[in-house]
Design a protein around this ligand. Sequence first.
Ligand code: ZN
Ligand code: ZN
Length: 377
Amino acid sequence: MRLPPSAALAHRHARIRESLEALSLDALIVTPPANIRYLSNHAGSAGSLVLTRDAAHLLIDFRYRESVRGLQDSPAACPGLRVWEVPASYEEALLACLTDVGVATVGFEGAHVSVARHEWWRDTIAARGLDIALRSTERIVEQARVIKDASEIDTLREAASRLARVFPAMLRSVRAGETERRIAGVIEATMRDAGYERMAFDTIVASGPHSAMPHYRAGTRVLTAGDLLVLDFGGVLDGYCCDLTRTVSIGSPSREARRVYDAVRDAQQAAVAAVRPGVDSSAVDAAARDVLQERGLGDAFGHGTGHGLGLEVHEEPRVIRRRPDAPSVPLAPGMVFTIEPGAYLPGFGGVRIEDDVLVTDTGCEVLTTVPRELLAL
Ligand code: ZN
Ligand code: ZN
């Protein structure tokens, strides 16, 4: 597995420490697995990380002892790492760590800590008279993750470009008479064969009327001539996600199916063309929405145009309609996100086309290179 090198982690730590400095915090407790991985390369499902001004304290249990030892002997070692093996309770170990390290003002990630956990911390700190003040913070690590570094871009580019090689193999099983669920199985087996470690989310195979439901999964319906078929799937390669949607026709498409397809493809291409640094993410959404509106399909497009990709399949930035209460999100080089407008006509069917793009200095690089013409299978 390729992992970001130690120097990349050191750079990430420096960025988080700038935020700690600005917020007058001595440390940040990091709890979501994706954020822990981003800062340490440790990819466990359990653990906590305490990033202080000069060290990264990783709390793990016995299950991860060997993998962390191996990591620290590799070029991907986490700089300044101190490992705390948790004997029984992660919460007790965390308080022991904070006390031992001697940090007084400590941030935690408000969006990721349950009320029960926070109450335990607060009550135990008070009951024991510990000199620790906890402060809720917002999106410190998530904000750093929005701009991908060179190692992340390499991995995201590979994860996305590999789809062009595997997509034709998947299509061989797509024909009238097959069920949605069987095609989902073929997609998932093909992804594993191509080296993806797992699927990024539950594969969507939505045929005929089901294709009008944007988040349908895959059921027992049998594909029938004249169906539109939405295939939406993604893989995880070395921890990073790609996400692709293509819509195909079972047999020759009707005039209406082709009209809707062409409108969505034009909307998608208009959105891709709108991507460049400095442009607000909502302008990319508007570019797609305007095309669909012109074609009389404005009401048929009810979701956002895209979402960030990285260690998680849905992360920042969101490419959505501008909300008056939300801050603007200017695009910047190094952001990676999907562009996936669709049109959904209940009872008839739907079309969605999704690609992954990287914002460059002058525009964008489309990372997914699977052809976009309407295939009749
Ligand atoms: Zn998708
Ligand atoms: Zn997506």
